[in-house]
Write a protein that binds this ligand. Structure first.
Ligand SMILES: [Zn+2]
Length: 189
């Protein structure tokens, strides 16, 4: 089975996913000292010939290209933690490729994606994902952009507020005092 995926324009991607992707990209670039170029995609069996497309033998969340841009393909519609993990995972493969690392690459990338997701979301990942999975990125809404406000900055602010909201839900669920500054929550297995 061959699945065809095609490139999306940035504005076709939900704002919330774009913002979290931007945050993940900046994090990974700084952390690994690499440059990556995010390209969003969706499945399109008979698509637009003007759009760049890729093929895969199964459903994929992302893919890293061996090109001079460090292109990382990210599937449109992934929820926040999956978006972060995909970018970190594929970014790590680019880093491995640049450094000629060939052994245990998949385990290393999986370990790295979890580490980055925990560090960006700022709390225990399995618990955070449980909360986040209830939320799906929303389709972009048409609205007036206030002049002089960078869209990325504002979207990031919105996503931060969402994450803060999840954080307090999580605290309540765990019975923790909301005044405590929690960077990480460990839940006994
Ligand atoms: Zn991989």
């Amino acid at each position: 089975m061959v699945i065809r995926y095609e490139e999306l324009l940035t504005q076709e991607v939900p704002n919330s996913q774009r913002s979290i992707a931007w945050e993940a990209k900046r994090f990974v670039e700084k952390d690994l000292q690499i440059k990556i170029n995010i390209v969003f995609f969706r499945q399109a069996d008979s698509g637009d010939p003007d759009r760049k497309s890729i093929e895969a033998s199964r459903q994929i969340a992302g893919r890293a290209e061996r090109d001079e841009f460090g292109t990382v393909w990210v599937r449109e519609g992934l929820h926040f933690s999956e978006t972060i993990k995909t970018i970190a995972h594929e970014g790590r493969h680019i880093w491995q490729y640049n450094r000629d690392i060939n052994s245990d690459v998949e385990n290393d990338a999986v370990k790295y994606e979890k580490e980055v997701a925990s560090r960006i979301l700022g709390y225990n990942l399995p618990a955070a994902e449980k909360v986040l999975k209830r939320e799906k990125p929303q389709k972009p809404k048409k609205r007036e952009e206030p002049e002089g406000v960078p869209v990325c900055g504002r979207e990031l602010f919105e996503i931060r507020s969402k994450i803060d909201k999840y954080n307090s839900k999580l605290r309540r669920a765990l019975g923790l005092d909301s005044k405590n500054e929690i960077l990480e929550v460990r839940i006994s297995p």
